[in-house]
Design a protein around this ligand. Sequence first.
Ligand code: ZN
Length: 149
Amino acid sequence: MAQLPDNPDALYGDMIMEHYRSPRHRARLAAADVETEEFNPFCGDRVRLQLQLARPGSIAGVSAVAEGCSIIQASASLLADSVQGRTVEGAADLSQLFRDLMQGRPLPPIARAELGDLEALEIVRQYPVRIKCALLPWVALEEGLRRLR
Ligand code: ZN
């Protein structure tokens, strides 16, 4: 297992650091259909996710606000970018693909293409204690999607 870097900036790569420094979709939604929150007491990470649906069942609005390490903040921002405009089912499928990526399951090229920018988070696998940080926003997403069904 690799040492946790004190200054991870260089190691995590540009995509992650860019989303960490300039997170997307942080504005609170006034009319969210569902709001979920997840907390990891071990590292103090916290994420609050809101989803708003448009007809017919596509995710029209996403708000994701994360506090904690760079990985949870980048993952929340990338999640928000990635699920906006998807259907509830499509977002659930993407979430499963992201879990597969983080768990090191072999993914065909078409699945990697579907993940898009999220693939940048694969580097977190080199720092196993941070995998939970990357997944926490997705736990919040899955809970939200469950409530929307
Ligand atoms: Zn963390």
